[in-house]
Design a protein around this ligand. Structure first.
Ligand SMILES: Nc1ncnc2c1ncn2[C@@H]1O[C@H](COP(=O)(O)OP(=O)(O)OP(=O)(O)O)[C@@H](O)[C@H]1O
Ligand code: NI
Length: 263
């Protein structure tokens, strides 16, 4: 069942160039995508193609100078900014790309506990910390006292304890140990298996393919293709778009073959 739908989304930024002249920089154009309960949708594409902005549009946390058009619906209901605020961190959780999303003035244990809804907050936080190999003392620390990897594990923990129906994970794993990456990805899979819809934005296509159901390929603010994971095999002949084939063939196990001018 489709739980979250993005219809015809466009996002642009007004920029002031010399003097008071204004230009519009369109970063997402007429984008359509849907998240299905029980499924992981991996989102891949070059840096700057608009993946994080899509995540922020869904959460309702785009910067103030962004202009949007189109519609996002959650559970059949249009997401107004008020509704987004109500659902954020509860029904729809974000694992942000940057660790700067942690509140610098709040101990990380409290941050994680504040996103627990349906169970004992302290217990849930302690369990999730154990799962991600964060020592008990870490709960009493402030974000500046954490290493980058620890901060990332705290961010993943926050989404994991939220009990959300939709998890948007924006590059959740860079800088983490292999074991922790695997643990986090398996957790996303578990979430989906329990009926949650997961959007996993990642540069690590190889890992994403291991757990995803479908892959959406981004290019300059649009979705070129949404392909089932099964189509990423062999020479990628079942992939429809040349750019998707190029991404696939560029992976190490496929000889790093890059097709020139494939767009
Ligand atoms: N606040 C902003 N003002 C103006 N332009 C912006 C702003 N935020 C993002 N952009 C532009 O929007 C485009 C898409 O950015 P976005 O962060 O969504 O890319 P991304 O696909 O997530 O990249 P990455 O893989 O590097 O995280 C970029 O060209 C970026 O320069
Ligand atoms: Ni990004």
């Amino acid at each position: 069942m489709s739980i979250l739908k993005v219809n015809n989304l466009s996002v642009s930024f007004k920029q002031y160039t010399s003097g008071l002249r204004q230009t519009t920089h369109q970063v997402i154009s007429n984008l359509n995508i849907e998240l299905v309960s029980g499924e992981i949708l991996a989102v891949v594409g070059a840096s700057g193609s608009g993946k994080s902005l899509l995540a922020h549009a869904i959460l309702g946390i785009l910067p103030l100078n962004a202009e949007t058009s189109g519609q996002i619906t959650y559970d059949g209901e249009v997401l107004t900014s008020k509704r987004q605020e109500q659902l954020r961190g509860k029904e729809i959780a974000l694992v942000p790309q940057s660790v700067s999303y942690l509140n610098p003035l709040m101990r990380v244990g409290s941050q994680v506990r504040s996103s627990v809804r349906k169970r004992n907050a302290k217990q849930a936080q302690e369990e999730v910390f154990q799962r991600y190999h964060l020592k008990k003392e870490v709960g009493n620390m402030y974000p500046f006292q954490l290493s980058g990897g620890m901060a990332r594990r705290v961010l993943v923990s926050t989404a994991m304890v939220s009990g959300a129906s939709v998890i948007i994970a924006d590059e959740p794993t860079p800088g983490l140990d292999k074991v922790v990456i695997e643990e986090a990805l398996n957790n996303f899979r578990e979430f989906a298996d329990q009926g949650c819809a997961v959007m996993l934005i990642s540069h690590d296509i190889e890992s994403a393919l291991k757990i995803a159901d479908k892959v959406a390929v981004f290019y300059e603010g649009t979705v070129l293709e949404v392909a089932p994971v099964e189509d990423f095999e062999g020479k990628g002949d079942r992939l429809r778009h040349p750019y998707t084939q190029a991404l696939w063939r560029a992976l190490p196990q496929n000889d790093f073959t890059w097709i020139e001018g494939s767009i």
